[in-house]
Design a protein around this ligand. Sequence first.
Ligand code: GDP
Ligand code: MG
Length: 436
Amino acid sequence: LSDKLDKALHVLKGHGSITEVNVAETLKEVRRALLDADVNFKIAKDFTNRVKEKALGQDVLTTLQPGQLMVKIVKDELTELMGGDVEGINLSGTPSIILMSGLQGSGKTTFSGKLANYLKNKKTKKPLLVACDVYRPAAIDQLHVVGDQIGVEVFSDRGNTDPVAISQAGIAHAKANGHNVVIIDTAGRLAVDEAMMTEISNIHKAISPQETLFVVDSMTGQDAVNTAKSFNDVLNFDGVILTKLDGDTRGGAAISIKSVVNKPIKFIGTGEKMEAIDVFYPSRMADRILGMGDVVSLVERAQEQFDEVEARKLQKKIAKNQFGFDDFLKQIQQIKKMGNMKDLMGMIPGAGKMLKDVDIDDDAFKGIEAIIHSMTPSERTNPAIINASRKIRIGKGSGTSVQQVNQLLKQFNQMSKMMKMMQGGGGKKMMQMMQN
Ligand code: GDP
Ligand code: MG
């Protein structure tokens, strides 16, 4: 155990700092990765410039290689750029009306079916699909096939050539028949033109959807930007659906679109089947976009080393007897991230034994985290001051009992003692204890 720590400490030696030169080198690689992924040139350039500023302003306080630190900054920035949290869709209306927009072939009809299926599986939703692509009889048939496949009703009116009227009739039908979600599938053209924009805009005005989604084929690469902009100018849509990510496209369109229209990407399509729908995760997309070459493995290595640097800081605190509940909380968060007890053992002497019998899932830590969160900063750094009245307060604040607070304090004390023993050269003995 301490061997492992020692080794980590020896391996970690300072590697210099971030300089203009190594920044330029790394950014060249990053820019190439972005262009390979079909990110718009100007956007790629703006992006790397921003990263450069960030990197140069950064204190090099870690022992990372500058290149690795750079890549880590790139990954974080990219994730941030594509939108931090996962965004859901607005289902507030009665019924909630969802309007699909996008070019022909982008995947609107397919995605309408996928979304209906996805919502239907949530049990509380009873969707209705409405066929407003009036130009090709086959388009209506296609939606009916999809509807049959997933067991969702499809509203269509073959004699009618007015998509506005059909959408309104569809919504009326939904209200009369207890559907609480209406998904309106519309016609697209092969390229942006006036007629299509007027039509979708008229539908949009007539039905005031809660959610207007722009569907785009991720393989269209850079063209996607202009298309997205045109649709957004007219519809001010709420979210983007990126389809056909099952192909070998790296999905750079995600960045380009997000940069230009600044709307969240909500779902992705990953195949022709009705189940091939996924919530959009910016961080996964960042991995994918950086995918080629060694960039991702660089990111991973960078992350590992960040963790090791944290471990080293911790080691110092233990040595100085400054280990407190804040550090403990950090450790818990680490475990949750790793989900792996063994990794933890390598990082923090003593904690392993204490948590050995605990199942590593989020619930297992909820009580502990709640208790620590209810402590004041000074209680966290100096747990010795936690007297009886403080225990009562903490118990109440965390929704636990004084008994549970006591138990955590007891465990924490044991752990601190063990750590001190480790420091005091009792390492070997401890190791044996912990292995039993
Ligand atoms: P629409 O014209 O916008 O309604 O597009 P469609 O829904 O008809 O889709 C056009 C083609 O793309 C069809 O052949 C679909 O099967 C296919 N498609 C749609 N979404 C995906 C996807 O996520 N992955 C793959 N591989 N094909 C898709
Ligand atoms: Mg269609």
